[in-house]
Design a protein around this ligand. Structure first.
Ligand SMILES: [Zn+2]
Length: 245
């Protein structure tokens, strides 16, 4: 159970998991990209929180030439060298960005978000962001420009700190897989419903979950509809809560 909690990227399925007192203090920013291409374009973002690699998704992205922005943690990088090698072999498809060093939420007061203990202090938020960037630097990747914290919820003061470090903060507009806990059918339905300008979030670190199959189905449906996929670096991301401006 503890392992499950540690590696589980819980993204808002509903707000009940945050106690009412905390819910007021935390924000879950949204992100959209500028809509402009014929037929529409969307940004696919995939979190690699910890654990392993969902090769169903990774293979589908390579085979179908679907670009994606992957948010990786230091923990995940350490244990998934083969997947990193595949991503680095396709720089035209994969942009690697910062999901933190240890996958602790970027919240500078002590609390639990979806069962995960927050960083708990400004210093710990700083350490989480900087150690994530340092872990990416070791792989030889270009310096990350985007940060997404574990659980994708933040205290407003942490958002200001992270912006000062020079990172944009990656919210999303479509919660594709409900923290990788949704079934394949519902995941496919949510992703296939993406429209021009949407930023999709899902997970690439849960190979045993049914959601991964749905991610692939949803992406193929979008591609069949003629939508274009872009990485965050190739699009103008517009976030709320002071995350990009
Ligand atoms: Zn995560």
């Amino acid at each position: 159970m503890r392992l499950f909690q540690k590696y589980f990227c819980a993204i808002a399925i509903s707000l009940w998991a945050v106690s009412p007192g905390n819910a007021r203090l935390l924000v879950a920013p949204t992100l959209h990209i500028k809509a402009e291409a014929d037929g529409g374009r969307v940004a696919l973002t995939l979190d690699a929180c910890g654990g392993r690699t969902d090769t169903r998704i990774l293979s589908a992205l390579v085979e179908n030439k679907i670009p994606a922005t992957i948010f990786v943690t230091g923990i995940w990088l350490k244990h998934n060298a083969a997947a990193v090698e595949i991503m680095r072999a396709h720089p035209e498809l994969f942009e690697l960005e910062n999901h933190g060093g240890r996958h602790v939420p970027a919240v500078d007061t002590p609390q639990k978000i979806y069962g995960i203990r927050s960083a708990g202090s400004p210093q710990a938020v700083l350490a989480e962001v900087e150690s994530g960037a340092a872990a990416l630097a070791v792989t030889g990747e270009p310096a990350p420009k985007w940060f997404r914290g574990a659980t994708a919820e933040y205290s407003p003061s942490a958002i200001a700190m992270i912006r000062k470090l020079g990172f944009k903060i990656a919210g999303f507009s479509i919660n594709g897989d409900g923290g990788s806990l949704l079934g394949a059918k519902e995941t496919a339905r949510r992703i296939a419903a993406a429209k021009d300008g949407d930023v999709i979030i899902a997970h690439i670190n849960q190979p045993t979950h049914a959601a991964g199959e749905g991610v692939v189905q949803g992406l193929l449906a979008l591609k069949a509809k003629g939508l274009t996929f872009v990485r965050l670096d190739d699009a103008d991301g517009i976030g709320d809560e002071g995350t990009t401006d």
